[in-house]
Design a protein around this ligand. Sequence first.
Ligand SMILES: Nc1ncnc2c1ncn2[C@@H]1O[C@H](COP(=O)(O)OP(=O)(O)O)[C@@H](O)[C@H]1O
Ligand SMILES: [Mg+2]
Length: 342
Amino acid sequence: MTAATEPSTVDGASTGPGVRISDLTVAYRTPAGELPAVSGINLELAPGSITGLVGESGSGKSTMALAMLNAVQQPGRITGGVIEIDGLGDVLSLSPKQIRAARGGSIGYVFQAAQNSLNPLKTVGKQLLDLGRSHGVEDKRALVRQAKELLSRMGLSGERVLDSYQHELSGGMRQRVGIMLALVLNAHVLVLDEPTTALDMISQANILSIIKDVHAEHGLTTLVVTHDIGVVAEVADRVAVMYGGRLVEQGPTVDVLRAPSHPYTRGLITAIPRLTGDPDVAQPLPGRPPTLGTIPRQGCVFRERCAVYAAGAREDCETVDPPAYDIGAERLVACHVVEEER
Ligand SMILES: Nc1ncnc2c1ncn2[C@@H]1O[C@H](COP(=O)(O)OP(=O)(O)O)[C@@H](O)[C@H]1O
Ligand SMILES: [Mg+2]
């Protein structure tokens, strides 16, 4: 097996490692020059927690998830930052060999559109063996045993699934196969990008409860990336809200959902009937998220859609990029107005 991150032990139960992302910036080369898709992100994943990273499409979530595996592809480039995982060190300064071992080894990941990322020409079992080989696993029987056990915990017949091709599996089954492949090499950090998108409501609920179970049983530190704040409400202990490549708010999920602080978070919650509790109150957030070329270079990236800014323009919203203000109770909010009115 690969050199896996050793989980710390609390009362005999294992807890995933802590993850600290500091000042992470990722840019894409575009015809208009190199533009940041992720800017100065600071985020800590507490050992053993599930963090939900939420924001509309284009906010930079997948780019950030890829950066956690140092897997950003051209024309993208990580231009700065540190991603420190307990027991592994700074992901961004590992050697190519070490990072290949870490990906799918100590850091399990299921990328966006994982439902379609299996090789259509190989059975799941064959792909499992390929994964084992690429990570230098010698005991194939143990690998298959572990895969079957994971699949059976997720309510699937391991035997049958390992003999299947992608087209023989439903979307929900493929998503579970993705989770199995992410965890079979004993990962302690799990990154799931849009794990429920493209699934029907029942499969969504199913996958979310499976994620919670597997997270707890395996003692993981988990990041769930989603555009759906309802998914965050279901699974995450903590939430980080992303807009225009910035983290605009973070804190314990219960508190942030009960009393969102950033105008963007308020807008996201108001858009979801099942969170407002009253379908008549639900209101979509007006406007659209920016693209790389239209993210304001100066001041608050959200101001063009901000109800508070619209109600009375303030100069610092236009000129000063709001830092993550500490508003107590483990909450951070990047909004000048919220900070001033406190
Ligand atoms: N390969 C790429 N080349 C250029 N721009 C990209 C590329 N991939 C993503 N982007 C841009 O980076 C921004 C963030 O994208 P992404 O991380 O996929 O956001 P999300 O996952 O939140 O939808 C978007 O504006 C997107 O258009
Ligand atoms: Mg994405």
